[in-house]
Design a protein around this ligand. Structure first.
Ligand code: GDP
Length: 350
């Protein structure tokens, strides 16, 4: 009767309370990275960035680049568990009249969120009018070829052992890697991975990065990936600032869960961030006290999106953020998360 209902809701309240407590404890002990560790990692990344700037200016003074800069979760206070990676953004300068961008949905590949960058006006400005013509493949700027240019330089002609010994780090290019990555050992037990990320900023502000499509790479070889990272991270932070919310904490806890459990490795920060942004459109209570409820709701929302095989990007709904997962991966992620719903604390015991 009524008494039983009250008791079971009381029990449920207690379970919630303890999940809430466990989430905060997990956040303090596993997720959050000590400020000192973050500072050391940033320091190492900055040292490497400075060396590369000097090297590129000296060795290739005419390569049209804007100043390289570091970015990623390490710089947004969104990195979790260990301070172990950063991106080195390398912005290429393209001549406006020589290159144009075509959205992926208007190409035969039909993939929103990816773009082709086409060489224009070849009749008036023949090949090699643009520095980046050397990376043109079939009339398009090839991200793969751009990466190869940097790979040759970074893996081939920089004396990393010498630079490393000056800086007191052990530095080596990681081969093979999907993108171009440097491994920097800056303490006996601390490693930092720095990814080179060539970047195009188009006239309308669209950011395109040279990070290949994960599936059928051959067919999609010329595609540049649109990056929403800056905008989506800013939106998440702004929402938290408006209401003192726990969205960033919820994101970091979930990122850590995915980083620590192999079955969830395939879920990335962008997918998690966008799921939280979409949830924020429906759900108003993001107070610190609601962390456990929102965490569970986030898991349920992910299960729902996985069931649908589709996670629209909050900043560009045509983009499906699951488009680089295979059907099997989608099923496995969905199954793992579905099971976790009945034992969410199990996720924190990894
Ligand atoms: P984390 O690596 O999970 O901590 O997440 P980040 O928020 O640092 O995202 C880094 C990932 O996003 C890398 O895989 C990048 O290749 C990718 N990415 C896409 N766009 C950007 C961008 O504009 N800046 C950076 N730093 N990374 C980007």
């Amino acid at each position: 009767g009524g008494c039983g209902a009250t008791q079971s809701s009381l029990m449920r309240a207690r379970m919630r309370l303890s999940l809430q407590e466990r989430l905060w404890e997990f956040y303090q002990t596993r997720v959050n990275i000590p400020a000192e560790e973050q500072a050391m990692a940033r320091r190492a990344a900055l040292d490497i960035c400075a060396e590369l700037r000097v090297f590129l200016h000296a060795k290739l003074p005419d390569m049209p680049l804007r100043e390289m800069y570091l970015s990623g979760s390490l710089y947004d206070d969104l990195q979790v568990v260990t301070a172990d990676h950063a991106q080195l953004m390398v912005p290429l300068i393209l001549e406006k009249n020589l290159w144009s961008s075509i959205p992926g949905e208007d190409t035969i590949m039909n993939v929103p969120g990816f773009w082709l960058v086409r060489r224009e006006n070849l009749e008036y400005f023949p090949r090699s009018s643009s520095y980046w013509d050397r990376c043109m493949v079939g009339g398009y700027l090839s991200p793969k070829s751009v990466l190869e240019v940097f790979e040759k330089l970074v893996a081939g002609s920089i004396n990393w052992p010498a630079i490393g010994s000056v800086l007191d780090y052990v530095i080596r290019p990681v081969v093979p890697s999907e993108t171009l990555t440097l491994e920097v050992q800056y303490e006996t037990d601390r490693k930092l991975y720095v990814d080179f990320l060539p970047l195009l900023v188009m006239e309308d502000g669209t950011s395109l990065i040279a990070k290949p499509h994960r599936l059928s790479a051959e067919r999609n070889e010329n595609l540049w990936r649109q990056s929403f990272r800056v905008a989506e991270t800013a939106r998440l932070r702004a929402l938290d600032q408006e209401d003192g919310g726990c969205r960033c904490t919820c994101l970091k806890v979930t990122k850590a869960v995915c980083k620590l459990s192999p079955a969830l490795h395939r879920l990335n920060s962008s997918q998690l961030t966008n799921t939280i942004l979409l949830l924020s459109e429906k759900e108003g209570d993001w107070t610190q006290e609601a962390l456990a409820d929102r965490f569970l709701q986030l898991l349920r929302a992910l299960v729902g999106h996985l069931e649908a095989g589709r996670l629209p990007c909050a900043l560009g709904p045509k983009v499906n953020l699951f488009c680089e997962l295979t059907e099997q991966e989608v099923d496995e992620l969905g199954y793992t998360l579905y099971c976790a719903l009945s034992d969410p604390e199990g996720l924190l015991r990894t």
